[in-house]
Design a protein around this ligand. Structure first.
Ligand SMILES: Cc1cc2nc3c(=O)[nH]c(=O)nc-3n(C[C@H](O)[C@H](O)[C@H](O)COP(=O)(O)O)c2cc1C
Length: 297
């Protein structure tokens, strides 16, 4: 097998796994239940699990543990469930494995019925429901399993209204200045709609989910978009609807009062935002979309 991470030559380095002498800090493998099937070694994305020199029980050499992304693949795929994480982690409360009997048709129906929801009932979503959604969303994939996304849930609807007001304030400032901004052409209409009593930014949603992470983390944006995509997809399963809050995200990038309202940790940036709540209307049909643009090579 080829290793993505270059491991030290065990023999040359005198690194032998002999009983207690090697202490792994990432995973523990129960030698009694291990059948030496080698699946953990094949499944490890960085190839750092290798056979023990004496008893053939797999292990991670101490030098390689730093490359473990704590993805849990070895634990999840071990047929005898003899691998346990030692690192701090929290498991999802399920005994189901796989697709829980969901057919591709059922999945397709669920996914294509997701719509951007821009009209909400006044009814608030209780925190337990939001926590259950985020408990699913924390399983969304992230680069090197770094899980950089932090959530600020704007649960207080009055604060949501303030975020809209701040966004409009920012747009007024931009319009009055010489600053060039790609959203500038849309600003007069958005301000006009706000002045007419509408909420063109957060659409009258009771709540906003803010995905934030350290601004200097170059991977956090992609990971946040994936996490929010999961959030939006999970919403209908809880009877909820959501919509990307693009204008809010754009305003948050430029306007300090929005960051202050959110009370983000120092150095964190709003990676993206999503409004959510109970939908006011129910779609009657699924709209059309472009056919998939595919090139087979
Ligand atoms: C990155 C992104 C930003 C968006 N920003 C907004 C927004 O600020 N306001 C809004 O009403 N819809 C916003 N949308 C929703 C899109 O308009 C919507 O996804 C698209 O029209 C397709 O409709 P559907 O989601 O119902 O399939 C955004 C969508 C994405 C992916």
């Amino acid at each position: 097998m080829t290793y993505i991470v270059e491991l030290p030559n065990e023999k040359e380095n005198g690194l032998f796994k002999n009983g207690e002498s090697i202490t792994m800090t990432k995973i523990s493998i129960d030698p009694e239940s291990c059948t030496h099937c080698g699946i953990c070694m094949k499944i490890c994305p960085v190839g750092i699990i290798i056979p023990g020199a004496e008893d053939n029980v797999p292990f991670i050499p101490a030098e390689a543990e730093t490359f473990c992304s704590e993805c849990g693949a070895c634990e999840a795929y071990c047929p005898t469930e003899c691998i346990s994480p030692i690192f701090e982690t929290e498991h999802y409360d399920t005994t189901e494995i796989g697709t829980a009997g969901i057919t591709s048709e059922q999945l397709g129906t669920y996914m294509v019925n997701r719509r951007s929801i821009r009209n909400y009932l006044g009814k608030p979503v209780d925190k337990a429901t939001i926590k259950s959604m985020l408990d699913i969303v924390r399983y969304s994939p992230s680069g090197m399993n770094s899980q950089p996304v932090n959530w600020t849930i704007v649960h207080d609807t009055e604060r949501v209204k303030k975020l809209t007001a701040h966004s409009i304030e920012w747009m007024r400032n931009v319009l009055e200045s010489d600053v060039d901004h790609p959203v500038k052409p849309f600003m007069p209409a958005l301000i006009g709609s706000f002045e007419a009593g509408n909420d063109p930014i957060c659409r009258g949603a009771p709540h906003i989910a803010i995905a934030h992470a350290p601004a200097e983390n170059p991977m956090a944006f992609t990971d946040s978009i994936i996490a929010l995509t999961w959030f939006e997809l999970a919403a209908p399963g809880f009877g909820l609807g959501a919509c990307w809050a693009g204008f809010l995200k754009i305003a948050a990038d430029s306007y300090e009062p929005i960051r202050e309202e959110l009370g983000l940790p120092e150095g964190h940036a709003v990676q993206y935002a999503m409004m959510f709540g109970y939908p006011k209307y129910k779609a009657k049909s699924v709209p059309g979309r472009n056919p998939a643009k595919i090139k087979w090579i």
